[in-house]
Ligand binder design. Structure first.
Ligand SMILES: [Zn+2]
Length: 168
């Protein structure tokens, strides 16, 4: 699987012009019996050259056990110092986790509407009362298309943070 590109890496590291790089690729392709395009593709797959846009980083969503553990540590520590967080506890926890790009696990969707869920994870795009709060589509269960909406937020399946509807 891992092809050796040492000759190319060494030559590319010392190349200073596009002509140099072109010559390196041309030579390397001829040696391997490939076209320059095929060789570039293989080199790109090996990680030496990045072609195309970088992937959108995946959203890190805690497991239920991780989330529960964080909740217990937080409320335990608060009560040792004489504070009861009460209903604010989950909001404090969600906001704190979101600040470092980590989010609460998805809730069980209400079966009365479409069960698609979405987690708004971009604090520049979403304001405080939806940011880091799971959203459920309020359209009819099993509706057509992959676009979802709850009057507050709309999204499409496949976006980071989106969970498609489960079959009714
Ligand atoms: Zn929907």
């Amino acid at each position: 699987m891992s092809e050796n590109y040492t000759d190319l890496h060494d030559a590319l590291d010392t190349a200073t012009t596009l002509d140099d790089i072109g010559a390196v690729i041309q030579d390397g392709a001829v040696r391997r019996g490939l076209t320059p395009a095929q060789l570039l593709d293989q080199v790109a797959r090996s990680g030496r050259v990045n072609i195309g846009t970088p992937p959108v980083p995946a959203v890190r969503i805690l497991t239920k056990a991780e989330y529960q553990q964080a909740y217990e540590r937080m409320t335990g520590s608060a009560s040792r110092s004489g504070n009861r967080l009460g209903r604010a506890a989950y909001e404090v926890l969600d906001e704190t986790l979101a600040a470092i790009g980590v989010f609460a696990p998805a809730p069980h969707p209400n079966p009365d509407t479409c069960t698609a869920l979405y987690l708004p994870t971009d604090h520049e795009e979403f304001d405080r009362h939806v940011f880091a709060q799971w959203q459920q589509c309020t359209d009819e269960p099993g509706h057509d298309g992959d676009e979802h909406d709850n009057g507050e937020v709309n999204w499409a399946d496949g976006m980071p943070g989106a969970i498609p509807a489960t079959a009714p």
